[in-house]
Design a protein around this ligand. Structure first.
Ligand SMILES: [Mg+2]
Length: 103
């Protein structure tokens, strides 16, 4: 069985559309809150040595799926453009500071 990542871009878009159609945008916003909270909690446990990599990986995947649905809703190209803009900013900052934050 193919994973989400192995699916083609058009399959991915179809799944995003179906999820939004079935559960609605408002429902997916609520689900995004839940998944972000689960990732935050998994990272907190991981930082304390109480969670394994697999738990964090699962929660990262959940958040990425929800973020993909939001990108699909708001416009995937707009989000890609913003990611590129922000990564360029991060790249510039890498040589400027020893700040420990990423984005
Ligand atoms: Mg989750």
């Amino acid at each position: 069985m193919a994973t989400l990542v192995e699916k083609s871009r058009s399959d991915h878009d179809k799944i995003m559309s179906r999820a939004l159609d079935q559960w609605g945008f408002e429902g997916q916003i609520t689900k995004t809150f839940e998944e972000c909270s689960e990732l935050k909690n998994a990272l907190r446990r991981y930082k304390r040595g109480e969670a394994k990599d697999k738990e964090v990986i699962t929660e990262v995947a959940d958040v990425m799926i929800m973020a993909s649905q939001l990108a699909h809703y708001f416009g995937s190209q707009k989000v890609k453009d913003e990611i590129n803009r922000k990564l360029s900013r991060v790249e510039r900052r890498l040589g400027e500071t020893s700040d420990s934050t990423f984005a």
